[in-house]
Ligand binder design. Structure first.
Ligand SMILES: [Zn+2]
Length: 384
């Protein structure tokens, strides 16, 4: 295997192979649409493909050492432009550079997050209130792509969260469409989105579409084992929670989910505790849900894993395929406490609750109902 000198992509080998072939056959398209769920490597792949198209050592992978690769690593390559949704903090004129719409502080933080993104392409760019791709960003690109190039290689325009081209009156989308209808040679546009349906058909018809499927659990497990020194049990739990998204993996790890065992024991204890603790838990979950929907759902998924393990231990004491194999003692204590528990119904209950949350049904009611029903299904008496 060739060691990758820059931008490590997890999984998606067949897409990378396809893009390498495109390059070696000199059949680079004017525009690509990389679409698929979040955290599957669309943006990472767009950066890597741009690096490949511009690498001065004409290898099958960007070398990471030539002046072109080095410029990409520091996010200073004149051939590579990145378009992202931006907030409109200041009023600007028609021909102004889009950066003029930003305060200095925002601009600085965006440049820093771009540099971080090149280092870890699976990081989420966090730009507050960035709801649309500004028309000025497209006008600015227009100038750049038609200008004579002083560098060898391909001019690559990467557009992240491309669905946000479709903002007010779709003026950005229309402006882009005009460029796509007459793209100069030696330039390519790569639109990345997890919501391809939000893009107009006219734009999509100009692009060659490439689907990025969710990553395989095995690929994610290997990635975590290589990069972090977690217990194998935890790498497996994180992989199963990740839904095939490396962004979610990053988030789980940054959220201290590595203390999974502690977290789940506390969660289970609170749910089965006295009235006041349960009441506080419902308030807390509703509050957390407003700020970090994903995190609360992860907690519920963990809870579902816990009861799945209870089911196995209670049924046949089969501990070979437990998720929380390090908590086998705690699991045994738990199931002895609730000999009449109906674990299958509890797992179904949790799944339904996640469904309700997705449908934006009043969250505090969802949590209230979930906690009451879990206690019922554990076959507890109310005063316990
Ligand atoms: Zn290179």
């Amino acid at each position: 295997m060739v060691t990758e000198k820059m931008i490590k992509i997890i999984g998606q080998d067949f897409i990378w192979d396809k893009l390498k072939l495109v390059k070696s056959k000199n059949k680079v398209s004017n525009a690509y649409l990389f679409y698929g769920p979040d955290g599957t490597g669309k943006e990472a792949m767009s950066i890597k493909f741009s690096a490949l198209l511009n690498c001065l050592n004409k290898n099958l992978a960007p070398c990471g050492k030539c002046s072109s690769c080095l410029k990409i690593k520091t996010f200073q390559h004149p051939n590579i432009s990145l378009i992202v949704p931006l907030p409109k903090e200041k009023t600007i004129n028609k021909n102004d550079n889009p950066n003029k719409a930003l305060t200095n502080k925002t601009l600085e933080s965006i440049i820093n997050s771009f540099k971080e993104k090149i280092k870890n392409p699976y990081l989420e760019l966090k730009i507050p209130k960035a709801n649309t791709i500004l028309i000025n960003s497209i006008r600015d690109i227009r100038k750049k792509v038609y200008m004579k190039s002083f560098e060898e290689g391909y001019k690559c325009v990467l557009i992240f969260e491309a669905e946000k081209l479709m903002g007010s009156q779709q003026e950005s989308a229309n402006a882009l469409l005009k460029i796509l209808e007459d793209t100069p040679s030696n330039s390519t546009f790569i639109l990345c989105t997890q919501y391809p349906n939000k893009l107009s058909n006219t734009i999509k018809s100009r692009c060659q579409s490439i689907y990025f499927p969710p990553l395989k659990e095995d690929d994610i497990h290997t990635f975590i084992s290589k990069n972090y020194s977690f217990l194998d049990e935890n790498s497996k739990i994180i992989s199963s929670l990740s839904n095939g998204s490396l962004k979610l993996v990053n988030k789980i790890i940054m959220n201290d989910f590595v203390k999974i065992q502690k977290l789940i024991l506390k969660f289970v204890a609170d749910i089965t505790s006295n009235f006041d603790t349960r009441k506080n838990l419902i308030i807390q979950l509703s509050k957390d849900y407003k700020f970090d929907t994903e995190k609360v759902k992860l907690n519920l998924n963990l809870l579902s894993f816990w009861f799945r393990d209870c089911f196995y231990v209670a049924r046949n004491n089969n501990i070979s395929n437990l998720i929380f194999s390090s908590l086998v003692n705690e699991l045994n204590v738990f199931i002895l406490k609730y000999p009449k528990a109906d674990y299958t119904s509890i797992i179904k209950l949790i799944d339904n609750s996640i469904d309700y949350l997705n449908k934006n049904i009043q969250t505090n009611l969802v949590f209230l109902n979930l906690i009451i029903e879990i206690n019922k299904k554990l076959n507890k008496k109310e005063n316990e």
